[in-house]
Design a protein around this ligand. Structure first.
Ligand code: SF4
Ligand code: SF4
Length: 385
């Protein structure tokens, strides 16, 4: 397993995490075997978003004696009504649900308390005015959560969460289809309605800007809907010309800026095994660029961080250099010191480029890589001011 630090939390998470939504209704034995397969594979982050107490109890049972090996994401701002999840912005209800979660999971601390379903400006107002944000901060002070996060499907609202400094991490829905959906469209409606991608115009800048903003502010992202609720894996339901593989979906999510972990919903040990096969996959198996080439045209020489141009003979991680360069070139703001530090920490950087040109022959999007290596050094290198 590989691990990445979740932004400013400083906590390393496995690059593949486990979503537990699909375990709802499963037997205790199946929940045990799925969660144990994940932990045995080195997965150390699990999102617990579950309506009914029964499944939460079973997850608690599966984690018993292994709690210290896993990071838990739990919701603040949700509740259960008749075993169906619901959103709550009532402080007393949120407190009861959170305390229940601790009890069912047999723990006294959830690592990440996630403000739940922050998809509208109204949600921002409600968690602030109803004392839910203050409650999350209190939980952090008391050590009942280690960091405050939020879950969202709306890039505009998520940006506000980051800019207001409310959160340390963000769980956001990321996959190629959502990233092509205009911000005004409800991505969950798109899922329900057959998962077409309306007005396809390539990757939407507002979503890309969110990921860059997170990188800039050191808000780590954990990804939900990595497989688009399974529809991207289905030839019948995909909006693209062919089904994606789980490896391609995971690679797409992991190649967005700021992403620490791609959570995948699994309902069996076999599905966990399928997901972690990503770790041994070849560059060809990970390649998702056909989506953009076949259906969505050129991307105006913009890097999509796919790593199709690798390997570089001097070991430059070309996608990572582009992630930091793109943030450096954003607007007129001062370049955040953390971005420069991350750039300088790369084992090889723009200054090491020997202009061999091999990468440019492999990039499907005609990105001027050699010129960008020079620019990266100018803006972020040791002699940059
Ligand atoms: S330079 Fe091209 S091939 Fe390399 S990561 Fe960027 S888009 Fe992909
Ligand atoms: S041109 Fe530079 S970045 Fe590209 S492969 Fe050659 S050395 Fe690496």
């Amino acid at each position: 397993m590989e691990y990445r630090v979740i932004g400013k939390t400083g906590i390393p998470a496995s690059i593949i995490g486990l979503g537990t939504e699909h375990l709802d209704g499963a037997s205790g034995r199946d929940i045990d075997s799925t969660i144990h397969a994940a932990l045995d594979a080195g997965i150390n982050i699990i999102d617990v978003f579950m309506p009914g107490p029964d499944v939460r109890r079973k997850i608690g049972h599966a984690l018993k004696d292994r709690r210290d090996r896993v990071l838990l994401q739990g919701a603040i701002g949700s509740t259960d009504i008749g075993d169906q999840y619901d959103i709550s912005r009532d402080l007393a209800t949120c407190k009861r649900y959170f305390e229940d979660l601790l009890r069912y999971l047999q723990t006294d601390c959830i690592d990440f308390g996630m403000l739940f379903f922050m998809d509208s400006d109204q949600a921002l107002d409600d968690v602030s005015e109803n004392g839910i944000l203050a409650y999350a901060r209190q939980l952090k002070k008391e050590g009942k959560i280690r960091a405050i996060g939020a879950s969202s499907h709306n890039p505009d609202v998520a940006k506000k969460l980051v800019l207001r400094g409310w959160i340390d991490l963000l769980m956001f829905s990321i996959n190629p289809a959502f990233d092509m959906t205009p911000v005004g469209e409800n991505t969950l409606d798109a899922l329900e309605g057959g998962f077409h991608v309306p007005n396809r115009q390539g990757l939407r800048p507002e979503r890309h800007e969110l990921y860059q903003l997170c990188e800039k502010h050191e808000v780590g992202i954990t990804v939900m809907k990595t497989y688009g609720a399974g529809k991207l894996l289905s030839a019948e339901h995909t909006p693209f010309s062919a089904a994606m593989t789980t490896t391609q979906c995971i690679h797409y999510a992991l190649s967005r800026p700021a992403v620490a972990s791609a959570l995948v919903g699994c309902e069996s040990a076999a599905e966990v095994s399928d997901a972690v096969r990503y770790l041994d996959a070849s560059a060809e198996a990970k390649d998702y660029t056909w989506i953009f080439q076949e259906e969505h045209g050129r991307l105006d020489q913009a890097c999509v961080y796919c790593s199709h141009c690798q390997p570089c003979p001097v070991g430059i991680d070309i996608a990572s250099v582009h992630k930091y360069l793109d943030i450096a070139l954003l607007g007129t703001d001062r370049i955040p010191p953390s971005v420069r530090q991350h750039y300088l920490a790369l084992p090889a950087r723009g200054e090491d480029c020997i202009t061999c040109g091999q990468c440019e022959t492999r990039c499907p999007f005609a990105v001027p890589i050699m010129e960008n290596m020079r620019l990266a050094e100018t803006w972020l290198g040791r002699s940059a001011t």
